[in-house]
Design a protein around this ligand. Structure first.
Ligand code: G6P
Length: 614
């Protein structure tokens, strides 16, 4: 949640500072978008502009870009945690003297305690945020220590929680001070000026050389240097050792002509899956992970939201392909298994961002029990892979739309691949079966996916005409289709604000069917599996008997094609490929319904892409 950026120029002719900060915020907007603000140092004074609203509204109302120039500036786009979205609660925050300005992503857990102490010493607070205590703390400690960096470091030592913090002050106008723990922060090393941001896309207009800042690192940047030290271990860090060059382009992180990132990312899925497959083939870690899993007593898998659906898919695939029990659980409920996990077990932690706090907490709790952890993530060097024993990357490229799309397909590809590799290694799949599934079915599904997306896109648009006024829907399936049904219901809820529930179809008789009346839409996900198809047919009939409008996502040769009111057919391949073949229609249905209703699918209300609070 929240995106921050800082730019430190040698002189103002290098860049229009306000405009560059604003552009950086636009690239971080997916991290939060309820309010935003900028602070710059100009003529030895702090100038601040901030307010409630989306960036484009604020630019029109307050004019971030034109009026604000200078050499050093910081900016923030917010997703509220403490204190409502408002002009006052928007960052940056300043101290009583007006000498320090701060932006922060994360949560200061002990802020009430710190605030009380500071109030008793005469500090006056303007906002309801946890962040504001930090800037008053620096003011207080600066008075005592007389040096900005010492005051900044000391203030960091006084706070508990998660943070990526940037601070500027006209006392040292050519520096941006930073600190990081549990929230992401990256330094961008430019040829003649330096930057800091929550995420790499915000830096790519300026540089490709980056250093991902680690937990407990503090320091400052100047236009020509970067100083970093490890606060916990008490030594300075040679940041050059950690510098890397970003290979993907800014274009990869921009809309490429699509009206929304979500649509672009849906259409990008074939390309993303090709990258995932080629990554998997050359990933040396994979073999080690498979043998770790084969030797494990228990295998657990966890994730949140879409990543949890991918986890459920893996549990099903492992059971059917290798006869191996895998225990999936929603990350925030990790305490249920925490005590039973042991050092002979393995936890697979699935997280696109690699930052979701519930997943991170599960990882930490299982590691404490001696359990080995394998991360499946899209963001290299993010917190969850870093804290895990092994990391396998999805290689989907940056995903900007808040709702996960291409990262779901790439997650399930990684997990499906892991399951068939396991089944081959355990002897449950012969070499020939393994090659058939991998080369014919999985690769085959990736090859035809571009065409499938075009076809189901047209079908989704047509269906939206009929569903435009819908208030509630069901998504039903069995077996491998259940996690896909859950993903479909989540998408339509998140993006089109339609109440939707997903159930194993057999469960629909135990309550959900009571809501069904003539015209009620029920989407059936029908995997390519004759046994599941037969049983789903019974559920279709039950729903139709109550007047439901049945929509079926089925394979081309399915005998059920004529049993539903509206059918969407996709290639007939092994059931392992169900997430790849069946999900895009569900994503596109949610997308087009949102657009039809005048909603912005990239920025659904109340949601954030990365959830770093419990
Ligand atoms: C948020 C996002 C979802 C995502 C979930 C888990 O809720 O809006 O799209 O599935 O977090 O995120 P992760 O990065 O851990 O996969």
């Amino acid at each position: 949640m929240c995106g921050i950026i800082g730019i430190c120029l040698r002189d103002r002719s290098q860049l229009p500072l306000g405009e560059a900060l604003f552009r950086g915020l636009l690239r971080l907007e997916y991290r939060g978008y309820d309010s935003a603000g900028i602070a710059v140092i100009d003529s030895s004074r702090l100038h601040i502009v901030k307010g409630k609203g989306r960036l484009d509204e604020l630019e029109a109302r307050l004019g971030f870009t034109k009026k604000y120039t200078g050499e050093t500036g910081i900016a923030h786009t917010r997703w509220a945690t403490h204190g409502q979205p408002s002009d006052i609660n928007a960052h940056p925050h300043v101290d009583c003297s007006g000498l320090f300005a701060v932006v922060h992503n994360g949560i200061i857990e002990n802020y009430l305690e710190v605030k009380e102490k500071l109030e008793s010493r005469g500090h006056v607070f303007k906002s309801e945020t946890d962040t504001e205590v930090f800037v008053h703390l620096v003011e207080e400690l600066y008075r005592e220590l007389g040096d900005v960096y010492s005051a900044f470091k000391s203030a960091i030592k006084h706070i508990r929680g998660a943070y990526a913090i940037l601070l500027i002050t006209p006392i040292e106008p050519n520096k941006i001070f930073f600190a990081k723990k549990d929230s992401p922060l990256v330094v961008g090393i430019g040829s003649s000026y330096n930057l800091l941001a929550s995420d790499i896309p915000a830096l790519l207009d300026h540089t490709r050389r980056v250093v991902v800042i680690r937990d407990n690192w503090v320091g400052y940047i100047t236009p020509s240097s970067v100083f970093v030290e490890d606060l916990e271990r008490g030594f300075s860090v040679d940041h050059e050792q950690y510098a890397m060059t970003v290979l993907w382009s800014l274009e990869d992180a921009s809309r490429e002509g699509y009206p929304h990132f979500m649509l672009k990312e849906i259409y990008e899925q074939p390309r993303a899956l090709v990258q995932t497959l080629s990554g998997l083939r050359s990933d040396a870690v994979l073999e080690q992970v498979v043998s770790l899993l084969v030797d494990a007593d228990n295998i657990y898998i966890t994730g949140a939201g879409t990543s949890y659906h991918a986890s459920e898919y893996y549990a099903y695939a492992m059971s059917k392909l290798a006869g191996r029990l895998v225990i999936p659980f929603i990350a925030s409920e990790y305490e249920l298994y925490e005590e039973t996990a042991s050092n002979k077990d393995v936890l697979i932690a699935v997280s696109q961002s690699g930052e979701t706090i519930d997943v991170l907490k599960a990882v930490r709790a299982f590691k404490k029990q001696g359990c080995r952890v394998v991360a499946i993530s899209n963001v290299v060097d993010s917190a969850i892979p870093r804290e895990s024993d092994y990391a396998i990357y999805m290689r989907a490229g940056p995903e900007i739309g808040v709702a996960a799309t291409k990262t779901f397909l790439t997650q399930t590809l990684v997990l499906g691949f892991l399951a068939i590799a396991y089944a081959k290694s355990s002897g449950d799949l012969s070499e020939a079966e393994y090659r058939q599934i991998l080369l014919e079915d999985i690769e085959g599904s990736v090859k035809v996916l571009g065409k499938v997306i075009e076809k189901v896109d047209a079908l989704a648009r047509r269906l939206v005409e009929r569903l435009s006024g819908v208030k509630s829907m069901y998504y039903l399936s069995r077996g491998v289709g259940v996690p896909i049904a859950r993903e479909g219901a989540l998408k339509i809820k998140e993006i089109a604000y339609v109440h939707a529930e997903a159930y194993p179809a057999g469960e629909s008789k135990h309550g959900p069917i009571a809501l069904v009346e003539p015209g009620y839409p029920v989407v059936f996900i029908v995997p390519n599996d004759p046994l599941l198809e037969r049983r789903i047919l019974g559920n279709i009939m039950e729903m139709k008997a109550r007047g439901a409008y049945s929509i079926g996502v089925l394979h081309e040769e399915s005998p059920l094609v004529n049993s539903v009111d509206y059918s969407i057919t996709v290639p007939s391949l092994h059931w392992v490929t169900t997430p790849i073949t069946h999900t895009p229609f569900l994503q596109l249905l949610a997308y087009h319904l949102a657009v039809k209703r005048g909603l912005d699918p990239d920025k659904p209300r109340n949601l954030a892409k990365t959830v770093t609070v419990e």
